[in-house]
Design a protein around this ligand. Sequence first.
Ligand SMILES: Nc1nc2c(c(=O)[nH]1)N(C=O)[C@@H](CNc1ccc(C(=O)N[C@@H](CCC(=O)O)C(=O)O)cc1)CN2
Ligand SMILES: Nc1nc2c(ncn2[C@@H]2O[C@H](COP(=O)(O)OP(=O)(O)OP(=O)(O)O)[C@@H](O)[C@H]2O)c(=O)[nH]1
Ligand SMILES: [Mg+2]
Length: 444
Amino acid sequence: MHPRDQTIFALSSGRPPSAIAIVRVSGPMAETVVSRLAGRMPVPRMATRALLHGQDQRPIDDAVVLWFPGPASATGEGVAEFHVHGGRAVLAALFNALAAFENVRAAEPGEFTRRAFENGKLDLTEAEGLDDLIHADTERQRRQALRQLKGLLGDRARDWRERIIAASALIEAGIDFSDEGDVPAELIAPALAKVESLRDEIRNVLAAQGQSERLRDGLVVAIAGPPNVGKSTLINQLARRDVAIVSPHAGTTRDVIEVQLDLDGYPVTVIDTAGIRETDDPVEQEGVRRARLRADEADLVLWLADGAGEVGAHDGAAPVWLVRNKIDLDAMRPNEPGEGSVRPEFGISAARGDGLPELIKALVSFAHDYFGTSEGGLIGRARQRKLLQETVESLSRSLDVIELGEELAAEELRRAAMSLGRLLGRVDVEDILDVIFREFCVGK
Ligand SMILES: Nc1nc2c(c(=O)[nH]1)N(C=O)[C@@H](CNc1ccc(C(=O)N[C@@H](CCC(=O)O)C(=O)O)cc1)CN2
Ligand SMILES: Nc1nc2c(ncn2[C@@H]2O[C@H](COP(=O)(O)OP(=O)(O)OP(=O)(O)O)[C@@H](O)[C@H]2O)c(=O)[nH]1
Ligand SMILES: [Mg+2]
């Protein structure tokens, strides 16, 4: 039997042991499995208590069972749910009992969602939204993923695709009606106007979106600077716990230390690095090398200094904010910047907390601009953005080539419709879908 037609099962709840665990079963054998294990079929969609038995008639667990007959189920197939006690041995016994049935096997990651997609319950953008919702750590990630799961991008894309196909039909009708090439202008002009306004509409959506797909990975902020200026003290303050060793000795931090922050719903990774200086200590040298590397990859660098001397010493691709630390010490009060030195943008005392609310506020506002989500991000992934860009390009080309011939323009319109088809998962080849679904959780 083809794996697609087999019945699949998986633990859909968290890692055992847990109070309750949910095991889902989907496929043609789901009904048989329920009636044998529970001894009867529950009323559809009604939580039903049952003592589960294996094939050997020995009890497995006192459970709650749910039955969703297909096609009105999450996957479109018959779906059963066993809500059991979440002990490892309970789950092992239940899995053994399930795997003992013919054509019933453990699910691959994302396989339930894949079946929902194949059965038309979700388009590809909605499936991606579902996966992102499961992985959402912050409020803004959750909201964006939910917008996708609810089909906000999918619905727009379907509408655009239909309008492109309508415009293309107008042009192709013109081609069919004309004998010797010349398509009547009264057919072409309205089609062109439609294509142009569509192109502008998609372009505007892209422009208004900022970098909303980056919400998935979050923003990386590196704290860098000379040794002993208080970088580790700052990361401890931001994390509100003791993640990095602080000491009066220069060269304390060598490994890169990372913390995940939730700044007003934005996911931010802050990294603390070794103080950058020339040194003979090979371990510290390696620390400095790693510090430079990570600061180069960051989206924003907080360059920390503690004296009134030079502060601007970092050149990388990312923006750099100059932060003067230890303003609680009199001698460290910032001087007027002299020739060639840069005025720090922030004055803080990492030890006492002065200036930190302002710094955090500025980070939130940076994140806000960086992710560009003020419009409510529609685009959740780089894949989606790329396909929308391709759509705009094909539409533009169709307008450019119309002078050269209507067939060429129609070809570009077909290409635009194809890009949107890919966005929705309508025209994709198997292996692209494999890659997308493989990243999902088991049990989803
Ligand atoms: N226990 C449990 N909780 C869960 C899920 C689940 O599968 N099981 N979900 C799993 O994702 C989510 C809820 N999503 C669901 C989506 C569709 C259907 C469903 O049965 N859809 C049918 C019928 C629609 C209806 O009558 O409302 C359909 O689409 O045809 C069920 C759950 C989150 N919570
Ligand atoms: N007075 C004062 N001292 C501070 C402040 N922040 C840090 N310090 C002190 O400065 C010293 C160095 O702090 P660290 O946080 O270890 O400095 P660092 O930049 O991580 O140092 P390296 O890891 O060696 O590069 C410690 O003795 C801290 O207590 C501050 O705001 N005010
Ligand atoms: Mg340190």
